[in-house]
Write a protein that binds this ligand. Structure first.
Ligand SMILES: C[C@H](O)[C@H](O)[C@H]1CNC2=NC(N)=NC(=O)C2=N1
Length: 98
């Protein structure tokens, strides 16, 4: 199911189809930095992602400094990566246009 922890091979396969993301936290998370033109663009992205995250009931760990948004995705309930992390990552790429 969506919240079932993926094994390493499944996670590698999912990551291979995902632009800009890499493993973090010993393979239990994925991370990406999004860079925008300015703070307005970065915060607009975060606002759009927030609505998607609520719909999915799956939420990013992230920090924002001016035009940069650093994101870490992991499924806390599962103690690692699940399909939900990759679903949210794909949505984030689409919302960033990257
Ligand atoms: C009760 C609620 O469904 C859970 O706490 C959800 C909320 N958002 C979540 N987000 C993330 N990233 N991981 C989770 O395990 C998680 N669990």
């Amino acid at each position: 199911m969506a919240r079932q922890k993926l094994d390493r091979a499944e996670a590698e396969k999912a990551l291979a189809g995902l632009d800009g993301w890499q493993f973090a936290r010993a393979g239990n998370a994925i991370e990406r930095r999004f860079t925008f033109r300015d703070f307005n663009e970065a915060f607009g992205f975060m606002a759009r992602v927030a609505l998607t995250a609520e719909k999915l009931d799956h939420h990013p760990e992230w920090t924002n400094v001016y035009n940069k948004v650093d994101v870490v995705l992991s499924t806390h309930d599962a103690g690692g990566l699940t399909q939900l992390d990759f679903k949210l990552a794909r949505r984030m790429n689409a919302l960033a246009g990257k």
